[in-house]
Design a protein around this ligand. Structure first.
Ligand code: UTP
Length: 301
């Protein structure tokens, strides 16, 4: 018997907050939601949906603003397009077009105004079933590949509570990130207990070089905490304030250190890097791109 079948699932809904303004990607994001910008040929939102589905989610709630409803449309079936591709014998493209709608069930929750990430997550609560004790939250700006959420689910199964995800960053770059204050508390070096979090600390004040990456496995208690926090800078309700409240009330919070690849596709530089990295892994693009890059950079001339 497959042993994974006996492990209770820790979550079945993935919440993807996508109601932000995307100002770091202007002017592209004037009319195109950044979650639809393609990494090579696939919108970022599909890559995130694939990661969630691989981790066992069967439903994704995209939190959108009134202006960004088109993000969810990527998951609708397109019978006319599919018929045309089939008639033309373009079966590889047909396969790719059909992928997104098949990954998992997609719903939206509306965040009427961008009142912060914490407020965005809170909008998903009313869509959850009564027996859902935890949710996964995936920030679509961060691409971490498959595997991390599975490890986080295993940590929640063993220690309960909520589980966050961190990447190691160079010490001199800590002031660009939310940095974890941690303590060893488990038998696994890459799983630590979280005592707190500091937003963008000065290098000398940073409690570690572990930066928050956009994956969270949150106990349902997060919604109650989100209702009890007050807005911070810019009038935004911060998810980290609600997590800090849970920690102060002795709710167990652990962090899993992710050591695999990670891309921040919320900025043009990070997005470009991701596109090059992904293209170099695709047989149909890798060869010509590599040759062009070497020539462009004058390598080997
Ligand atoms: P960010 O602040 O990093 O992204 O929010 P942003 O607001 O979209 O982009 P910039 O900073 O203006 O360039 C992190 C995540 O939280 C979502 C964003 O869509 C993003 O996925 N978010 C943020 C919301 O859904 N609602 C909000 O009110 C704020």
């Amino acid at each position: 018997m497959d042993s994974t079948q006996t492990i209770p699932r820790q979550f079945r809904t993935a919440v993807v907050p996508a109601a932000g303004l995307g100002t770091r990607f202007l002017p592209a994001t004037k009319s195109v939601p950044k979650e639809l910008l393609p990494v090579v040929d696939t919108p970022g939102i599909e890559l995130v949906a694939e990661e969630a589905a691989d981790a066992g989610a069967d439903r994704m709630i995209i939190v959108t603003s009134p202006e960004k409803q088109s993000v969810a449309e990527h998951f609708a079936e397109c019978p006319e397009l599919e018929d045309t591709l089939a008639r033309r014998g373009k079966f590889d493209l047909l396969e790719r077009v059909r992928r997104a709608p098949k990954l998992l069930e997609v719903e939206t929750a509306l965040q009427p105004r961008p009142l912060g990430l914490g407020h965005a997550v809170l909008q998903a609560e009313s869509s959850l079933a009564a027996d859902e004790t935890a949710i996964a939250v995936l920030l679509p700006d961060d691409l971490v590949g498959s595997g991390v959420l599975e490890t986080m689910a295993e940590v929640r199964r063993r220690w309960g509570g909520s589980v966050l995800c961190a990447i190691e960053v160079p010490h001199n770059q800590v002031s660009a990130y939310g940095i974890f204050d941690v303590a060893a508390a488990t038998d696994t070096p890459d799983v630590l207990r979280v005592n707190g979090m500091v937003e963008k600390p000065a290098v000398e004040d940073a409690p570690s070089n572990l930066a928050a990456a956009g994956r969270y496995l949150l106990d349902r208690a997060i919604f109650d905490a989100l209702r009890r926090i007050t807005p911070g800078a810019g009038g935004e309700y911060q998810l980290t304030d609600a997590i800090a409240l849970l920690i102060a009330e002795n709710h167990p919070v652990h962090v899993v250190i992710h050591r695999g690849p990670r891309h921040d596709i919320g900025t043009p530089t990070g997005h470009l890097r991701a596109a090059v990295d992904f293209a170099l892994q695709r047989e149909e693009y890798a060869g010509p791109l590599r040759d062009w890059l070497l020539q462009r950079l004058g390598v080997g001339e």
